[in-house]
Ligand binder design. Structure first.
Ligand SMILES: Nc1ncnc2c1ncn2[C@@H]1O[C@H](COP(=O)(O)OP(=O)(O)OP(=O)(O)O)[C@@H](O)[C@H]1O
Length: 254
């Protein structure tokens, strides 16, 4: 279990402000929400709760995109999009993710997490292969589409192929796109699950799973579908769990 915990980098609003006395219990909302037993993030969080492990390392902020060792074409995409300096979460989460760490980050909405996801995905995907390598699950169609758009924009010079797999859109179009080959899928749990079950979305090359607004996904009742998706993913998966602290406090309705 200790080994499991050491796989994770934890980031919270406190950590983002550089507070070295970061207390993992600040992640309580997320802890309560993850009830899926075989889910390694949940296991790690339980351990934190039990032992109050002060395992939350404070990652050093990287203050410029130039210092992140990003691919040249990605850097061009980032600057072309108008970014100059990474936001607090971009400064602290990008490097651990690129270095293969599992990351659990809780940061309020508006902290530029979506762009953080987009740029890390562009860095880790190998465009020489046409298999799906990164999967992002989001609670709403709008967020899933927005994330896919940002990936395509930032990754424009790298020729990243991303597809939004969301409910309400044509299943035929999903099938066509996925069979053509894409690097990244950003979707809502129901449609993604459906595509996996049809074997149209092939999961064997997926190395990175991102649960965006995970607290929101669970409070919207997507737990079973997320679990279903998990069962089809390779075991040596890198996981990124993002949560936006509930505005009302108390952490949702689950
Ligand atoms: N480092 C940056 N520099 C300048 N603009 C940025 C940077 N990161 C993101 N943006 C811009 O800020 C806007 C919002 O960013 P983004 O969609 O990543 O997250 P958000 O809306 O702040 O919310 P969340 O953190 O919940 O994802 C977008 O228009 C995006 O292009």
């Amino acid at each position: 279990m200790e080994a499991l915990l050491s796989q994770f980098t934890f980031l919270s609003d406190q950590a983002l402000q550089g507070n070295k006395n970061f207390d993992p219990s600040a992640m309580e909302d997320l802890m309560k929400l993850f009830e899926i037993e075989s889910y390694k993030a949940w296991a790690a969080l339980e351990l934190v709760e039990e032992k109050q492990v002060k395992g939350a390392e404070i990652t050093m902020p990287i203050l410029s995109f130039d210092q992140m060792g990003l691919k040249d074409d990605l850097l061009r995409g980032i600057y072309n999009y108008g970014f100059e300096k990474p936001s607090a979460i971009q400064q602290r989460a990008v490097m651990p993710i690129i270095n293969g760490r599992d990351v659990i980050a809780q940061a309020q909405s508006g902290t530029r997490k979506t762009s953080m996801i987009a740029l890390t995905i562009c860095q880790v995907v190998d465009t020489a292969s046409r298999e799906v390598q990164a999967l992002i699950l989001s609670p709403t169609r709008e967020l899933a589409s927005q994330t896919e758009k940002v990936i395509r924009t930032i990754g424009d010079f790298m020729n990243i192929q991303a597809h939004a797999c969301i409910g309400g859109k044509s299943v035929g179009e999903d099938i066509r796109k996925l069979e053509n080959g894409v690097h990244v899928v950003s979707g809502t749990p129901g449609r993604v699950c459906d595509m996996i079950k049809r074997r149209t979305l092939r999961t064997r090359a997926i190395k990175l799973l991102i649960l965006d607004e995970s607290d929101e996904m669970l409070s919207r009742g997507f737990k079973d579908q997320i679990y279903d998706v998990y069962r089809h993913l390779p075991p040596e998966l890198q996981e990124i769990v993002l949560g936006a602290k509930s505005e009302k406090g108390g952490g949702g309705k689950v």
